[in-house]
Design a protein around this ligand. Structure first.
Ligand code: 4AD
Ligand code: MG
Length: 477
């Protein structure tokens, strides 16, 4: 007999004389009631064991974490809490679980403890819910772009160029690290390396993505990216997933419209498809909040917060306006910010971003037109010759969730910029070719997938929304 997913059984709508379910025991109560979960839904199905006719030996093996197969009638449940349950006529233990040693006991565990058991934490309600929401959000990303005719492009993970013109990359090499070949100058001879040059893990697929947008019109990437920056924060991973659309003929306004529409679509999609999981996560968050002082509690429950983002336009302010707001703000005047904003040109720190979003506007905010010298070389210089057509989207509880820009499409201006900041034209010859052959206005952005999952699930640490987080000093599993 084929087994049926718990999700279908619970929404059956009718009783069935015989069904089979397979899953893992969450709890076993009164030597009679198994709460069985198979990952298809956050909800368990209650399986009522005929304990009088089941050998004592078998009953003992129904322990938390054990894999079991149950066959029996799907009947309306007498008990509260569920519509249907299985009256077990045949029970098979597929895999025993040593109840005393199984780390996922049916009780509340700390998130730190669960991180140390990342291979088992997905067997908890919270992590099951988070990972289902993550999966649905990934589907939403593809659905959005595919329905709009974007082409999904797989940019390389191993790259010969530093996309952002910045450091903080993981090097990729096949050279023996204990016996590195040296050239005449005494430097490492990368000609002897696998690719005949020095290579890294990509920090972004953007530059390669741009070349494809200049032929396919609208493209998006969705893949892993890597940053070796040593920021041990609740918002940074060394390995994270990024979504990067790039669109020919879009200017900065089009880019902001696209980003806003896209984010609203994927959130709505998750809200429609993950109702049970989000309801659970909302309850979890409320519980967490109870242990915080009143002043630090969030004003909105999870679903209310998600709805708010769907129903309200993101506030759009220029960097210059944002600086004026921050300079005049109470925490700035009272020197509560770690970095005091004195003048135009300062980079915004996450404390400033969060002030704008959480205290001032109380809404997602798009900050645009940043000073050229705090942003990347490829961003389009504005007419004022001071600012570039950049945009960052800031979210409550998260800070920056999106970074993007209109790109510098003018060959001369771009080359000049690269020279000024010392980026090797020869290394990026192929990137410059897009500006030599049929260059056009184009724009794109990058959305950090885990930051999106953080927002939608209401979790607060980015290590809890990716299955096996990679952070400084941590690559277990
Ligand atoms: O702002 P970033 O660095 O932009 C780029 O990489 C551009 N090339 C994107 C583009 O225009 N195509 O990164 C984009 C987003 C950030 O807003 C943030 O959400 C996320 O990627 N991000 C990280 N997420 C987790 N851990 C990290 N270390 C991250 N660094 C950036
Ligand atoms: Mg950024």
């Amino acid at each position: 007999m084929k087994h049926t997913k718990v999700k279908s059984l619970l929404s059956s709508g009718t009783t069935i004389s015989e069904v089979n379910a397979k899953g893992w025991v969450r709890t076993f109560r009164n030597n009679q009631f198994i709460a069985l979960n198979d990952g298809s839904t956050i909800n368990n199905i209650q399986c009522v064991v005929d304990f009088e006719n089941t050998p004592e030996e078998t009953l003992k093996r129904i322990t938390t974490g054990a894999a079991v197969s149950v066959t029996g009638a799907l009947v309306e449940s007498q008990g509260a809490g569920q519509k249907y349950e299985i009256q077990v006529s045949k029970l098979e233990i597929l895999g025993d679980s040593d109840a005393e040693k199984f780390p996922m006991q049916p009780k509340k565990h700390s998130l730190e403890f669960l991180r140390e058991n990342a291979h088992l934490r997905v067997r908890t309600n919270a992590f099951g819910a988070i990972m289902r929401v993550r999966s649905v959000l990934a589907h939403a990303v593809h659905t959005y772009f595919q329905e709009k005719g974007f082409v999904y492009v797989n940019t390389p993970v191993i790259t010969g160029a530093d996309a952002e013109g910045a450091g903080e990359m993981f090097q990729v090499t096949a050279l023996p690290l204990d016996n590195l070949p040296k050239n005449e100058e005494g430097k490492i001879d990368y000609k002897k390396d696998f690719f005949g040059k020095s290579t890294n893990l990509t920090v972004s697929g953007q530059l390669e993505g741009e070349t494809y947008a200049m032929a396919l019109g609208q493209i998006y990437t969705f893949g892993p990216t890597f940053r070796a920056e040593n920021s041990n924060t609740s918002r940074h991973l060394a390995e994270f997933w990024m979504i990067e659309p790039e669109v020919a003929f879009n200017d900065l306004d089009d880019n902001m419209d696209l980003a806003e529409d896209f984010i609203q679509f994927v959130i709505k999609y998750a809200m429609d498809k993950c109702q049970d999981d989000l309801k659970f996560l909302e309850g979890r968050l409320l519980d967490e909040e109870k242990s915080k002082p009143q002043a630090e509690r969030s004003e909105m429950a999870l679903l209310e917060k998600l709805n708010f983002v769907l129903e309200n336009n993101f506030k759009r302010v220029s960097y210059t306006e944002a600086i004026d707001i921050l300079r005049d703000s109470t925490p700035n005047k009272k020197k509560k910010f770690q970095y005091i904003i004195n003048e135009w040109g300062a980079d915004l720190q996450s404390e400033h971003e969060r002030f704008l979003v959480e205290k001032h506007f109380k809404s997602p905010v798009i900050v645009y037109d940043y000073p050229a010298n705090i942003k990347s070389f490829y961003m389009r210089m504005n007419e004022d010759n001071k600012t570039v057509a950049a945009m960052d989207i800031l979210f409550p509880g998260i800070g920056e969730i999106v970074g993007g820009s209109q790109r510098e499409e003018r060959y001369d201006v771009l080359v000049e910029k690269m020279r000024t900041i010392g980026i090797d034209e020869e290394e990026l010859w192929w990137y410059l070719d897009t500006r030599r052959f049929g260059s056009a206005v184009h724009s794109g952005f990058g959305l950090g997938f885990e930051r999106l999952v953080l927002f939608v699930t209401g979790m607060t640490n980015i290590r809890d929304v990716i299955p096996f987080p990679r952070t400084p000093q941590n690559a277990e599993f």
